[in-house]
Design a protein around this ligand. Structure first.
Ligand code: AKG
Length: 368
């Protein structure tokens, strides 16, 4: 399965290995920054690959979670069929009426913004070394090896089966990050599980099929935050290049600043935020499990020169030791070749990361 995008920007020559690594936030806040340093400039300007707004008659699907979880069979049936269409045609949809209170969403954004406001020294304590480190803070993708830097800082935390998040620095008594993030991820875990039931049904499998086959009881769930500060030359810089996510589904929250784009019908389409809605996208393990009926959505993030954007993806995968295979019911021997990668999820994560780094492609096509 090819998860590397055909439309990723090409790189300039490798920049000097002696570049001083600084966060995008620190760089953006440095005075008189009128242009970006050369090691942030992609040779293919993103403006040459302009995204469009969705058409009126082909707009990004909206799924109403209250109907998906309704006890009225007709409502649920309609919602499941809308979900099937959304996953098959787009691989991305807006999720409304999901039951996560606006106040909790806002508190989560504030808590994570608060993390990025810490000093470099404080944040750098969480620089991870390995893919499966429970907490990783960084800039770009892997700044120590990246040839061209991405205009983003990030924090990634494994939140299930065991919850991890950076401890609150002393004196920050007003923001209770641990509690906020633990409650938020607990809600999203339930939401993801319910959504996967709907997805399972939408594939013609029983509602519990994915839950059981993917060992969702011990699934790996990761909460991340991407910070994209204002960039003086957004047409040259890249927030996140085209990539697919590695898990089953990603549920993304964002502040009210646009930047996310999805590849659909041969074009890049803007996914403008809807207040209080989540964006949900299909990911690699769902593509494998569904025998490619639901393709893993290619998406990317662009930056702007005015306002900081934050996006907060929550990824649900199978358990690390699950070998994901296509559901038998979706393979019909004659017409349907089964996608079989014969790797467990942990090996898949390592494989995707090493392949991309080895080939020297833009490393952020690897998703963790
Ligand atoms: O910032 C965004 O909207 C996209 C984030 C994303 O694609 C990711 O973290 O994988």
């Amino acid at each position: 399965m090819d998860t590397v995008s055909p439309v990723a920007p090409s790189h300039q020559e490798a920049s000097s290995p002696h570049i001083k690594i600084t966060s995008a936030k620190t760089l953006a806040e440095s005075t008189n920054l009128a242009s970006i340093p050369s090691h942030y400039a992609f040779t293919t300007p993103t403006s040459g690959d302009q995204a469009v707004h969705p058409d009126h008659d082909d707009s990004i699907p909206v799924i109403d979670f209250s109907l998906l979880s309704s006890s009225n069979p007709d409502q649920r049936c309609k919602a499941v069929s809308d979900l099937a269409k959304a996953c098959e045609d787009w691989g991305i949809f807006m999720l409304i009426n999901h039951g996560v209170p606006e106040s909790q969403m806002k508190a989560t954004v504030d808590a994570l913004m608060g993390f990025f406001d810490l000093t470099e020294e404080e944040k750098n304590e969480f620089q991870g070394k390995n893919l499966l480190d429970p907490i990783i803070y960084g800039t770009s993708f892997r700044a120590s090896v990246d040839k061209v830097f991405l205009w983003r800082d990030f924090l990634k935390m494994m939140v299930y089966p065991k919850f991890h998040c950076p401890p609150e620095p002393e004196g920050m008594s007003t923001v209770c990050c641990t509690e906020v993030l633990a409650e938020y991820t607990g809600k999203l875990r339930k939401l993801a599980r319910e959504l996967l039931k709907g997805v399972s049904e939408s594939l013609g499998l029983g509602p519990g099929y994915i839950d059981e086959a993917m060992n969702i009881d011990s699934s790996l769930q990761i909460l991340a935050a991407n910070l994209y500060p204002p960039c003086p030359q957004p047409e040259l810089a890249v927030g996140l290049p085209s990539h697919s996510d590695i898990g089953l589904l990603t549920i993304l929250m964002q502040n009210d600043i646009s930047g996310l784009q999805v590849h659909h019908g041969g074009k890049w389409v803007k996914v403008d935020p809807i207040p209080n809605a989540f964006v949900v996208n299909t990911a690699d393990q769902l593509e494998i499990m569904s025998n490619e009926k639901y393709k893993s959505a290619l998406h990317r993030a662009v930056v702007n020169n005015k306002t900081t954007r934050i996006s907060i993806p929550f990824s649900t995968g199978p358990s690390l030791d699950t070998v994901v295979v296509p559901a038998e019911q979706l393979v019909d021997g004659k017409h349907n070749q089964a996608t079989d990668i014969s790797m467990n999820y942990k090996e898949y994560m390592e494989f995707k990361q090493s392949t991309v780094l080895h080939k020297g492609l833009c490393p952020n096509q690897v998703k963790i």
